[in-house]
Ligand binder design. Sequence first.
Ligand code: ADP
Ligand code: MG
Length: 149
Amino acid sequence: MQELPDEHATRAFGARLAATCPLRGLVFLQGDLGAGKTTLVRAFLRALGHVGPVKSPTYTLVEPYEIGGRRILHFDLYRLADPEELEYLGVREDMDDATLNLVEWPSQGDGWLPVPDLVLSLSASGEGRRLELSSGTDAGREWVARILE
Ligand code: ADP
Ligand code: MG
């Protein structure tokens, strides 16, 4: 568990995530609206070398990025009406083709998403945020160890 007292701390964590990132991975970002999920992803993508805007995929469901030979998909499933939609949208295939997948509101895709390597849960803590890390795979456990080093 980590305290992120301000937005700067959230962005610093995003950069740490990028610095320790494996070549492939699936990351779930949990937390209420305004918890800082997109802020974290934005900092992560910038730290990997993305130049330019990072739009929230709230309406598009997914925004793709090509960064340094990596194909990265940033999902926001908030507006997904039914997790089954992931099936006919071909989301699993898209995820397999990408090297790295970051998913906001993974609970909306319950039962239709693969096991995540890393789960980041953001919650309110005073004026700031609290971050909890957990891992669902060996790759994720190694990633967490690198983050906490
Ligand atoms: P989400 O994608 O989870 O809905 P956003 O990243 O779009 O949230 O928005 C988060 C908001 O909270 C932004 O206004 C950002 O400035 C602010 N914020 C991010 N991290 C922190 C933090 N650690 N402490 C306080 N405010 C934060
Ligand atoms: Mg968001």
